[in-house]
Structure formats: structure tokens, C-alpha cells
Design a protein around this ligand. Sequence first.
Ligand SMILES: [Zn+2]
Length: 299
Amino acid sequence: MTVRRDRQRARRLLRLPVLGVAAAALVLTGAGTGIASAHTPATATAPTAGRYGVYPMGIRSTPPSTLAANDLVFHGGEVAIHPHIYLVFWGTQWQSDTTGAHDYIKHFYEGLGQTGDNWSRVTSQYHGSNGSPAFSGTVLTVSWTDLSGPAPANATSGQIAAEAQKAFKLFNGTAGPSSDVIVVSPHGTHPDGFPNGGFCAWHSETNHIPYTNMPYVSDAGSSCAANSVSGPLDGFSVVSGHEYLEAVTDPYPDSGWVDSTGAENADKCVGINLHSIKLPTGSFAVQPTWSNQTHACAG
Ligand SMILES: [Zn+2]
């Protein structure tokens, strides 16, 4: 993907067997000049957390042939074998949100993992060092609105990671690959530069806790999948669902399942065949995800 890469990402790439000379050069460049990497925009300071599995802005209608030609490759790490979602609605701004976004997102994760969710179960084929993803009920562990104060207008990636850690501690989470703290920012805010950073959302890890920066994507309209299937809230499930599936198969990027171009499972099918899935809690817009079994987008 043509996404910004930071120093942490470059270090991670260094450990991968697919490492090329270019990646090594990036690290050297960073060490010599103090610039994080050649891919980091000049205006950005080195972030404290990575941006992996970015959901890029804009919707495309056909799969990128270079991605579709390659199956995902296992890089030796752990996967989420029993996905547990910690849903955090960040800030007092949520008190005045009447769009239904809160309930839509909450019901999406309440429904995922339950019987009939064949979409999440596409990931069960991806065995990690600790087992395979299995689903035996809702993946939603807790949904919490943090009303301790307003979410920052321009949260840095470090502040987002801190919010994820705060929620995880509050609910006594045990850090591991099966957890994913999804920090949903409120309307009108710009977490990590959204919507001008070229992404709709991203996932990463902080202190071994997988987490997701989930902006208020309807603020970006159709660029982040609003009205792509059935309504203005579509992007909340399309985009967060993309990051959710990636955090299942690659909770500690890029130690899980990633293809030779650096794409995770959902990256390979982004914006393709957006459709609705029916869960016990309602119908929700999603994108498909990559299946090595069929060498195609599935779910
Ligand atoms: Zn992605």
C-alpha cells in the first residue's frame, strides 16, 4: 500500500525473510539523518505507534492484480485464537451524537462471532504459532464510552495508544494476541491526522496490546465507504471490520499473515464487492477478506 511507514515498521521489516536492500537502506537513512524513513512525510514527526493494515481512502471496483496474485504468507507469529473486542467510544462528544453510529458499531461487534457469522470465520484457516482463530459467541468483550472528558481534537497516535491502554487496564484485560481495543473517535475529530492522512483507519499494537485507531469515518463521506451499501453508517462496519479481520490474522504486524507485497488479509480485498451480512444483531455493510483456500476474496 502506498501508506506512510515509520521507523518501527522498518525495524519489523528487517526481521522478515522478505527483507530487501531497500528496507535496510531506510533504516540506515533514519539512523543517519534523524528522519524516520524515506516514506515519512516531511511534515510528520516520528510517530510512537505504527500504522499497519491501513484502510486507504477511496473505493475501487476491481482487485489490484498484483495483490490478488499472491496468497498470504505466514511470518511465524501469533494470531487471535479467541478474538476479544474492547470497544471504546472516546470522549464526551459521544453524548450529543444522535446519528446512531454508537449503536450500529456496538451491534456489529455483538453479532460477530455468533452462529451464522461466516464472514469472521474466513480467518479460521490462518494458523498461528498459538493456534487458529475460533469463534464460539460474540467477540465483544466490553463496550465503553469514556466520558472522563472530551477526546482531543487532534489526537496523536501516542494519545490513541494511551486511550487503548487506559480502557484495557480498566477492564482488566490480559495483553495478548486475541485482544483488540478499538478506539472510536467522535464526530469532528482528527485522530492521527484523519481525514487528511490518506487513511480511514489503521491497527497497530502498544505494549503487546493490539489496538485500532477508528476515526469517525462518516466525516469523510464516501471516501471511507459511507453509503457504499445501504446508508450513511456503512463505513463504520466496512472500515472497522477491515481492521478487525487484520488484527485477527496479524495482531502484531507484520508477524502474522501478510503477502509478499506487505498486504494483510483485508488489504487484498479493500473496496471490492462491498455487501451486507446478516448477523443476529442486524445487517451490516462489510468488505470481503482474502482466502488462501480459494485464492480469492471471500466472506
Ligand atoms: Zn488493512
